[in-house]
Design a protein around this ligand. Structure first.
Ligand code: XMP
Length: 530
């Protein structure tokens, strides 16, 4: 397993190299910088030398971290890195490491850890704090602080408990922040980062994800060679679709896609994938129809975690079999496995394997395949964030219905069909979900919504239809906004749209006779019901 931010060769020279000292915010720092149009990569302390050569960054950012510089095994760098004239910004632990490395002193903060929003008073602004208010709210999260700065450094700002909240040694181009500019709670944090990246380090904002298509294609060709064949699991989601089109551009008919129909898909999903990839792109696409297998394995299971595990296991079995068939028909050249792995997955999975960053959540992705498939991975998106993958998708002409589509969980409708899963319950849910999507999308209301879908409850209630009594399941309408799915707000649709969705579901869908509204935010609820 390669290092945090992965060991692959950067796709772009210059920009900002971020050294991961173990903070939970590394990804956020990288994203903030890429949003400025400046390339950035994350690396672990051990790989800094290699990455400096491969990437030739214009600046370094040393991240925060959970350790104290006085602990024996606290992460460290060779202090020589501070003598190169390369602009350096230390954030939190990064600042404390710089302080210690240059002969200053770090002490435990008075009264223990300082955590949360703090009022910061700005004195001398310098370029780093140019444009920042005299008093501004910043986010602190530290147990130690700088008690004595190394010579050459001046204090730019402080807070009540923290004497050095921002500092600079402009002659050596070394800067430090005790607060976290990358989190939105630091009200003017983005401005501080921009000042460092664009003005102090002079980085060019020449990073346009769409421009890297040709380079990605070249690298896929180089990796796969003239005869290699790639097998790729296509889910119809943005990541695997963009990966497929990129790989197809590189090696054409030597790409073989497998689409697993698990019977838990939304209405028209399989047909849409076939129409786009097989008919339009002429990609070799094998559909593994495993609907019955999934249903029989899930029969009688109501526990959410068991359902997820079964779906994950069956998916791997089906994919493995389909891949083996492809490999036997294409010989030993079919030794490559294409995957739409993204940068956040790389960072998080590295953390799970002992990297510096603490893991916050475990991924449940049925696309996660076991290593014993004995295939070499082709992962053209592993240094990109989701919005960048979307830009590449657009650049390559993929339709907006695919590139901008709402997230759909790997376990599909199974996590929205509470209780036991049967085809008799899935079909009404599929119809209700299609109605929800149609009514919202046809009015353009989906802009700004993260997800909008129906959930089927294993709860029956009495209704009346014509002169007949009905006794059918209830369904729930879930509409949320979010920027990253970590938090989400419930959203209200216009009343006439709610009325129309409810009328259509109750009148058109046999098996559902009641529609409820979910008005819960995340946290404490989650977006999905299971
Ligand atoms: P929750 O329900 O945890 O969901 O608030 C957060 C986001 O993740 C999606 N989700 C999944 N995506 N495999 C996926 O690929 C999964 O197992 C899975 N479970 C939840 C969910 O739709 C939401 O966008």
């Amino acid at each position: 397993m390669s290092a945090s931010g992965d060991g692959s060769v950067p796709v772009h020279e210059g920009g900002v190299l971020i050294v991961d000292f173990g903070t939970q915010y590394c990804q956020l720092i990288a994203r903030r910088i890429r949003e400025m149009g400046v390339y950035s990569r994350i690396t672990v302390p051990d790989r800094v030398g290699t990455m400096l050569e491969a990437m030739r960054p214009d600046a370094l950012i040393l991240s925060g971290g959970p350790r104290s510089v006085y602990e024996d095994d606290a992460p460290k760098l060779d202090p020589e890195i501070l003598q190169r004239g390369l602009p350096v910004l230390g954030i939190c632990y990064g600042l404390q490491w710089i302080t210690q490395a240059l002969g200053g002193r770090v002490d435990p903060a008075h009264g223990g850890a300082e955590y949360g929003r703090t009022e910061m008073k700005v004195g001398e602004r310098g370029v780093l704090l140019d444009g920042i208010d005299a008093s501004t709210v910043v986010w602190m999260s530290h147990g130690d602080h700088v008690a004595q700065l190394p010579s050459g450094f001046q204090v730019l700002a402080s807070s009540e408990p923290c004497p050095v909240a921002a500092t600079a040694d402009p002659a050596r181009k070394i800067y430090g922040l005790q607060f976290h500019p990358e989190v939105t709670h630091s009200v003017q944090g983005e401005r501080v980062l921009r000042n460092f990246v664009l003005r102090i380090a002079g980085c060019r904002d020449d990073w346009h994800p769409g421009d890297v298509v040709a380079e990605k294609v070249r690298r896929i060709r180089e990796q796969v060679g003239d005869e290699g064949e790639v097998v790729l699991g296509l889910s119809g989601g943005v990541d695997s679709s963009v990966a497929a089109v990129l790989i197809h551009k590189a090696i054409g008919e030597r790409l073989h896609c497998v689409f697993v129909d698990n019977g838990l898909l939304r209405k028209g999903e399989r047909e849409g994938v076939e129409a786009l990839f097989r008919d339009e792109y002429h990609i070799d696409l094998k559909v593994a129809d495993a609907r019955q297998l999934f249903l029989s394995e899930l029969a009688g299971v109501a526990d959410p975690e068991r359902k997820r595990k079964i779906i994950g296991r069956v998916f791997v079995d089906v994919f493995r079999e389909a891949a083996a068939e492809l490999r036997s028909s294409h010989g030993k050249q079919a030794r490559f496995l294409g995957q739409g792995t993204l940068y956040p997955d790389v960072i998080e999975s590295v953390a799970a394997h002992g990297g510096a960053t603490a893991t916050i959540k475990s991924h449940h992705n049925v696309g996660g395949l076991p290593e014993d498939l004995d295939m070499e991975l082709v992962e053209p998106l592993r240094d990109l964030f989701k919005d960048e993958v979307r830009q590449i998708g657009r650049e390559m002409g993929l339709p907006s219905s695919l590139v901008d589509r709402q997230p759909f969980p790997g376990p599909g409708l199974a996590v929205r069909c509470l209780g036991e899963i049967t085809e008799e319950r899935l079909e009404p849910l599929r119809q209700a979900d299609a109605i929800v999507r149609e009514e919202i999308e046809s009015r353009g209301l989906h802009d700004g919504l993260w997800q909008y879908f129906a959930v089927s409850l294993p709860v029956q209630s009495v209704g009346v239809m014509g002169d007949q009594r009905t006794y059918e399941n209830a369904c729930v309408l879930r509409v949320v906004s979010s920027t990253d799915a970590m938090t989400a707000d419930w959203e209200m649709l216009p009343v006439d749209v709610l009325r129309r969705i409810s009328n259509r579901i109750i009148n058109e869908v046999r098996g559902l006779n009641r529609v409820c509204l979910d008005i819960s935010s995340k946290p404490p609820s989650t977006i999905e019901w299971e």
